[in-house]
Design a protein around this ligand. Structure first.
Ligand code: PHE
Length: 452
């Protein structure tokens, strides 16, 4: 483990390692499953445009805020707000809210991640001619199966977290991230040369501005927070393992760009694939004429396409795709689990192994309940992700701007990017964090619940 100012907590071994780990946290089911479906159900390219604005105007400044709070305090989210609160009892609640959101998101994320593993088997069974088995294992309503795959996925997550920061998280993401990008690009290369995919490409890339509504903006903002892993302290935690010579704006820019690019690539794969599937006779429009989105998109239409392809090609595409999703999900679940685990280690002096196993097992119990009641996913996602994360984002911005104060954040950022506070970018960042982000996010949340 590398030496840092506080070596007992662990740290990243290299700048690249940190960026891959943070990008691994960001890139997940949010990019490959949720982004294309949100795009499909919100007017294609118009949604992408608003999403990009949300990522760069709101997500990127909030990410810098989280990283600077984390690196300055070298603590988990609760400890970080406690350290900067000057004795105020309420401010650490921002961190506690973050830990709660992380726990709840991980609990349902594990169940969906479990499906990605079960579909790897579905593809193999189908190839081997065991269609009954394939149908049986592909049933996302089967509580027992959901529970088994959730246990498998949580087990994998816990074992990486036990390995610690550089030997566990960094090493795992360093191999998995390039693998993920490679599989994605190969699959796009195949799909865009197939008949039918051109229509999908034009839906994906040609914006219709009339589609931009308050509902679309709310969806895009929620998607930006979820996809960039913001608002719950995941990046406070990852920032706490960051060397003080690292350039925070640069790292945040890399992570944001990687996340946005992979989401864009995933859309480039999924939307043309849907139209290609249509040209092969698979239904991609629901009865009301809208494009099929939601869980059905990945877990029903794509396997149908892989089956149509058939043979070894179908097997290779099917298995690679669901493996890709599992890998992307795993680099995200480790960051979700690291938040409560680092809290247990820092605040309650529990050794890493015990903390990872105890906290992981606790969250698994909620996952098991969800396994048997999958309809809970939507409501938990609405409260703790779509509303919870932007709410956390507002609190983090206000805390940084008015309690910790931007001059202290500037001092932290300047240590790895000398003179940042005097640049135009620095000045814009402080206005974004203190004024624009809180107002825009709040306006969006209030209008979504019908108060504005
Ligand atoms: N960003 C992850 C994804 O896109 C999910 C996530 C949310 C991870 C919040 C950590 C914190 O799938």
């Amino acid at each position: 483990m590398a030496l840092t100012e506080n070596s007992s907590r662990g740290s990243w071994n290299s700048k690249l390692g940190f960026i891959l780990a943070a990008a691994g946290s960001a890139v997940g089911l949010g990019n490959i499953w949720r982004f294309p479906t949100e795009t499909a159900s919100n007017g294609g390219a118009a949604f992408i445009l608003v999403y990009l604005v949300c990522c760069f105007l709101i997500g990127f400044p909030v990410m810098m805020a989280e990283l600077s709070i984390g690196r300055n305090t070298r603590k988990n989210p609760v400890g970080a707000f406690k350290a900067l609160a000057g004795g105020n009892k309420f401010y650490p609640l921002i961190g506690i809210w973050g830990v709660i959101c992380g726990v709840m998101i991980l609990s349902y994320y594990t169940v969906i991640a479990g499906w990605t593993v079960s579909y790897v088997f579905e593809e193999i069974f189908f190839f081997m001619g065991m269609t009954d088995w394939a149908t049986w294992i592909a049933n996302t309503e089967n509580g027992t199966l959901n529970a088994i795959f959730s246990i498998v996925f949580m087990g994998a997550t816990i074992s990486i977290i036990i390995g610690g920061v550089s030997d566990g998280i960094e090493r795992a993401t360093k191999t998995m991230m390039p693998l993920l990008i490679a599989i994605l690009i190969i699959m796009i290369g195949y799909v865009v040369t197939q008949p039918g995919s051109g229509e999908g490409l034009s839906v994906y890339l040609k914006p219709d501005f009339a589609e931009i509504t308050p509902g679309l903006i709310f969806a895009a903002m929620g998607q930006a927070f979820f996809s960039l892993s913001l608002g719950m302290g995941a990046l406070i935690t990852y920032g706490s393992y960051l060397n003080s010579k690292e350039n925070i704006p640069g790292a945040a820019a890399y992570v944001t760009l990687t996340d946005v690019s992979i989401a864009f690539l995933a859309g480039l794969l999924i939307i043309p694939t849907m139209y290609m599937a249509q040209s092969q006779g698979i239904t991609i429009f629901a009865d009301d004429g809208s494009l099929i989105a939601g869980p059905a998109l990945i877990f029903q239409i794509l396997p149908e396409l892989f089956h149509e392809l058939g043979g070894v090609l179908g097997l290779i595409f099917g298995v690679s795709f669901f493996l890709l999703l599992s890998v992307a999900a795993l680099t995200s679940t480790i960051s979700l689990l690291e938040v409560p685990v680092s809290y247990a280690i820092d605040e309650h002096s529990i050794p890493r192994k015990k903390a990872a196993m105890g906290v992981g097992a606790g969250i698994l119990i909620i996952s098991l309940v969800i396994s048997f009641n999958v309809s809970l996913i939507d409501i938990i996602d609405l409260i703790f992700s779509q509303v919870g994360l932007p709410l956390g984002g507002i609190l983090i911005c206000l805390f940084l701007g008015y309690v910790w104060k931007t001059e202290n954040a500037f001092r932290e950022i300047d240590s790895g990017y000398s003179g940042f506070s005097n640049t135009l970018f620095g000045k814009i960042w402080s206005i974004l964090v203190m004024v624009i982000c809180p107002i825009v996010i709040l306006y969006n949340l209030l209008s979504a619940i019908g108060l504005l």
